[in-house]
Design a protein around this ligand. Structure first.
Ligand SMILES: [Mn+2]
Length: 320
């Protein structure tokens, strides 16, 4: 169901009226989820609020994003006066913290996913924004505190979600925001290198495995590869080291739809999709209860990995 966003003024008013605030980013958090939640939390802390952030453990490269000291253990929080979900398209993206969200007195949803289900009591969703970090910048700018660390976190989220200002979600406004953030003296080269050009040895080994296993289907229009729990174990890695793979698949000549599947456990497969012009992978992900953006989306499929792949291909065949 499609809802209507509250105004930014209303969102600021509700935030200002609360003292004990819990924030979260989506499950398996990425640069935008981490940057947006830690930066907003730090700004609210500077306003004298009692803030805690709930984020699942994340990859080492995101350590470049400041204010991780605000992350709290899930068990220490039962409910919040105000719970703000960031970069979450629907309740499912909250995963382990959905219970805390539900039992909180007031809830808010700040996001940029077109598929957002307006699950909060208050909602601010800007589907044309490059990132939730860009939305948080609008929220803060001229109203709530900003400093170099907050700016660095938002910049990280901005470049992460735009793939370094490459994706079509990048707008003139995105570039203006980036310019504003740079004026805080942030270490933008370091942030870029950490997010896009650094990896652990095990991540590199897993990437190698994924690329080796990649195959093309439907006359090369579709490319797919997968990583199993066994693959991860063989590379002495973790399932937090899989994010980069899909973007390389998408870049292969003639590919319209790229799929990456990984085995979370025997019965759960996480699928990521990327679509080139004219191929709506958000619609594809939604067939399996997932979502995201037109060109980048994902879902979880409850099936063994080989079966999940067949299910995905059956849907893709209808799209081509
Ligand atoms: Mn995002």
């Amino acid at each position: 169901m499609k809802g209507k966003s509250d105004s930014l003024e209303k969102i600021r008013e509700i935030i200002s009226a609360h003292e004990n605030i819990v924030l979260c980013g989506h499950t398996n958090p990425d640069g935008d989820a981490i940057g947006a939640s830690l930066s907003l939390a730090s700004s609210l802390e500077k306003m004298g609020k009692n803030v805690k952030v709930l984020l699942e453990p994340y990859g080492k490269k995101y350590d470049v994003i400041p204010n991780s000291r605000l992350i709290a253990e899930k068990d220490t929080i039962k409910e919040a006066e105000l719970f703000i979900a960031l970069d979450c398209g629907d309740m499912g993206r909250l995963q382990g913290v959905a219970d805390i969200f539900r039992s909180s007195k007031c809830t808010m949803n700040i996001d940029h996913h077109a598929s957002n289900s307006f699950f909060g009591e208050y909602n601010y969703v800007e589907e044309n924004a490059s990132s939730t970090s860009e939305v948080v910048f609008k929220l803060l700018q001229g109203h709530f505190p900003m400093d170099g660390e907050i700016a660095a976190g938002l910049y990280a989220g901005l470049i992460y979600d735009t793939g370094g200002f490459r994706h079509t979600s990048t707008t003139p406004f995105t570039m203006q925001v980036a310019g504003e953030l740079m004026s805080y003296g942030i270490a933008y080269t370091k942030i870029y290198n950490a997010l896009f050009d650094s990896r652990t040895f095990s991540e590199m080994k897993i990437m190698g495995k994924a690329f080796h296993k990649a195959e093309r289907y439907f006359d090369g229009k579709v490319i797919c590869t997968s990583i199993t729990m066994e693959d991860i174990e063989e590379c002495k890695g973790t399932n937090k080291e899989l994010d980069a793979i899909i973007n390389y698949l998408k870049g292969v000549d003639e590919v319209k739809i790229a799929c990456f599947l990984y085995e979370k456990n025997e019965m759960d497969v996480k699928a990521s999709f990327r679509g080139n012009d004219g191929y709506d992978v958000c619609a594809l992900a939604q067939k399996f209860g997932g979502g995201g953006h037109v060109k980048a989306a994902g879902c979880t499929i409850e099936a063994p990995i080989e079966q999940a792949k067949k299910m995905v291909f059956a849907e893709i065949e209808k799209m081509l």
